[in-house]
Design a protein around this ligand. Sequence first.
Ligand code: UDX
Length: 448
Amino acid sequence: MHITMIGGGYVGLVSGACLAAFGARVIVIENDPIRLDRLKAGNIPLYEPGLDELIAEQRQAERLAFSDDLASALQKSRAVFIAVGTPTRRGSGHADLSYVHAAARAIAAHAPDGLLIVTKSTVPVGTGRQVAAIVRQARPDLTFHIASNPEFLREGHAIADFMQPDRVIIGLEGDPTAPSSTARTLLETLYAPLNQPESRLLFMGLESAELTKYAANAFLAMKVTFANEMADLCEATGGQIADVTRGMGMDPRISPHFLMPGPGYGGSCFPKDTQALATSARQAGTPMQLIETTIAANEARKRRLAERILALAGNDITHCTIAVLGLTFKAHTDDMRQAPSLTILPLLHEAGATLRVYDPQGMDTASPLLPDGILYADSPLHAAEGADILLVLTEWPVFAALTPTQLAPRMRGRLILDYRQIWQGHNWQKAGFHYHCLGCGTHRDSGS
Ligand code: UDX
């Protein structure tokens, strides 16, 4: 089956390449000429483990192609996926749907009869029906179908998440239980490998599918924020967050996942999706205070950690060199969107600290976003040279492999701030370091 994927970004590239691997013939439409040239040259403009190889393999098999000609792509397609960006509109918290609406208009102009229009981008509830209205208004004569098929891809893990999903959510315009609907049949064909041995396709109404995506992400963001706040309480009362979350997580209703404290959640999804959901809820007259509090707590955490670092560095930070390991919002990505480092490092820099940073993938993306004067090292050990403090902000495996023996001769000071809990504190304390992690309370004598 021929399909068109509009958007050669993170979601469009992963989804297009994986659907090609499932047997579809996919044309990814990319309007940015520079990005399109890079894609055609096999130079994938983002870091996602395994994506380069998967795209090359599918292009080799002639199941995947890149183009900017939507008209001819649609003529050959049974389905078109809208996988364009839905960034947060500055100031309002709304999702910016201008790219989605533009895609709907472009589809309307060239859609063949019977086309299935699937929204894969994360969109506020009701957007699918807006897409249908735009197409219907432009082409009253056209027979077409619409569906919602949100993605649940984690950066750094996206291909596995697509190929072995917990579930595939499909929202349909008509009765989702009607077995014979065209949309349902086409999508069951596209996702056939996920239909066996038991189907992981979950059909529901359009609005339910759009809400499910936001609900999942907002809940996960809230869960991470809960772990972050529990970590603070552990620090204040002598608890160990690793023990508390292990104790919690053995309850299958809670599960141990997404309870690792960190410097705050970032990325292109949690911040955007929590904002969009809170805005949609407010507009619907049912404000979600839990999500609004999660957003505020997450922002406050990044600033509070910067203040904590300044306090730990002592009063005069102007003579302090801080080695920073990790800039990206998490490991296994080059994505800097809403990374905690973008809040924390400017505050440390402003206070006069000398910052020497290293990230395996993120430095090119990060440097235009960070203040001038920050020093970019070419390895973790180079970053540590002469440092008074070593701060871990991203859990890259290359950092976890570092040892006190390697760092002791290089660092000037002995303070380790492991804000991703990648190391065992006692190994560093034995080597004479002062080791701090998040949620590791130090027991205070009752008399203190
Ligand atoms: C997320 C959702 O997981 C995915 O299903 C959705 O499709 C897109 O958004 P992603 O943004 O790639 O994926 O990152 P994820 O791995 O979910 O982490 C999100 C943020 O939470 C990161 O900043 C990460 O560092 C943080 N996090 C995650 C924690 O701080 N602790 C955890 O235990 C887990």
